[in-house]
Design a protein around this ligand. Sequence first.
Ligand code: ZN
Length: 109
Amino acid sequence: MSITALIFLSLVMSISLGAFIALMLTVGMDDGIPRTITVIILSLAIGFGFVFLMNKYREYEEEKWNNGICTICNTEYHFQSAAKGKSSTTYYYVCENGHIFETNCFFQK
Ligand SMILES: [Zn+2]
């Protein structure tokens, strides 16, 4: 993902998820400038933190994915199936010798 896309995604997350959590966390504070500033800072921290972690996770999965080549026998993985869970989908890929690669990221072949 490009840096522009990451920043854009972070801002979107800040405005939606970040602002929601920040408002919940500052519910005891009086309305006014201090609360507004706290909410903005918290929102941005949550938004950027969340996207940063997601991106780190994706990079980690990409490393394991190894460009779609099985690390055990060096044959190509083929998409087998997807299992939808409550909050995420698990994708299964199988190489020519039946080694299974399981991930929460969808990799385009
Ligand atoms: Zn294999």
